[in-house]
Design a protein around this ligand. Structure first.
Ligand SMILES: [Ca+2]
Length: 337
């Protein structure tokens, strides 16, 4: 699979990304985010969307073991940072190499052996940060006490659970958590009940869902509403940037693996939905809930159970405007031009 990716365009992208951070008039309006992720095909698309978004300021990428082993997710995040034309001033950190208590579980069936659908990317240009993901989350959130940031989670929640446990005061530096994980009415995607990110570390997910911070949750109940159909991939490509082309190829690889694992349906837009829920919350609808995670071993291990309650800390999304979500994804990926 060819990438048509040109080094010169990556360079141009980097200049515009950095120029953005240097006092453009809208800088003060930007939402600062940290993305804790396990790239992963759909994580990679989420990262590109975040870097392309003109009103998001990505402070760090913290990686965790998940879709593939931790060393591979850290490498993949560095590869995608290059594709976005961003340099090492946005740190990529490696994090927890295994879940808190359960045995490690990965998802190569849906992401390929490299985690990036076996698409041949060049090796990363910039080194891994020497800082552990958990420490980076703690340091970055502590530095944001005055102006809290948005913490986005698109992988198993091990790093965030550890950070909240080691340094509970970081809650003051987090305005909200926006995460992809869980399933209720749709059933699971790794067992009948459980969604992968929660199943891969249910104990960590329980700590995050019950941490008391405001959470917006993109579970399978909503991401299954947003699928990468051919016409929507055409929409993505029409954004006409090298990054949009890479995103389209990542989504195509995701569809291929989804077809071989699950049959006829196109791949759901899991992780990128978190970014779009930040830039366009109006495209999603749900109900507030308290969310419990089943941590007892058995058939329901890793299941999320929302109890709907207007006072609940979690916005449990249930519906999305799929076409508009893809329009927004294309818009964000067009932001590199
Ligand atoms: Ca992920």
């Amino acid at each position: 699979m060819g990438l048509n990716f040109q080094t010169g365009l990556a360079e141009k992208g980097r200049v515009s990304r950095l120029a953005k951070g240097k006092g453009a008039p809208h800088t003060q309006m930007m939402t600062r985010i940290v993305i804790d992720c396990d790239p992963g095909l759909d994580d990679a698309v989420a990262l590109l969307a975040a870097f392309g978004a003109r009103d998001l300021d990505v402070k760090a990428l913290t990686t965790v073991a998940g879709n593939v082993k931790g060393s591979q997710t850290a490498e993949n995040a560095r590869i995608i940072r290059d594709v976005a034309g961003v340099d090492a001033r946005v740190h990529v950190c490696a994090g927890a190499p295994r879940p808190l208590l359960r045995d490690p579980v990965t998802a190569e069936d849906f992401h390929g052996s490299t985690g990036l659908g076996d698409i041949p990317f060049p090796p990363p240009q910039y080194a891994l940060s020497p800082t552990h993901s958990v420490n980076m989350i703690i340091d970055t959130c502590r530095a944001a006490h005055e102006e809290p940031l948005t913490l986005i989670i698109t992988g198993p929640m091990t790093n965030v659970a550890l950070a909240l446990t080691m340094a509970p005061d970081i809650a003051e530096g987090i305005s909200e958590i926006v995460l992809m994980g869980g399933a209720d009415s749709e059933g699971g995607n790794i067992t009948s009940y459980a969604e992968f990110n929660v199943f891969a570390d249910p104990h960590a997910a329980a700590a995050v869902f019950e941490c008391g911070l405001p959470i917006r949750c993109l579970s399978l109940d909503v991401t299954h509403d947003v699928r990468a159909t051919p016409s929507r991939l055409t929409m993505v490509r029409a954004a006409n940037t090298p990054q949009a082309e890479v995103a389209a190829q990542l989504l195509e690889a995701s569809c291929k693996l989804e077809f071989s694992a699950n049959g006829a349906r196109h791949a759901p837009l899991h992780d990128p939905s978190t970014i779009i829920a930040v830039t366009r919350p109006d495209l999603f609808r749900g109900r507030r809930a308290h969310v419990k995670v089943v941590t007892e071993e058995g058939a329901q291990f890793g299941r999320t159970i929302p109890s709907f309650d207007e006072q609940g800390p979690v916005m449990w999304y249930e519906h999305a405007d799929g076409d508009a979500v893809f329009e927004e994804l294309a818009h964000l990926l067009g932001g590199f031009s």
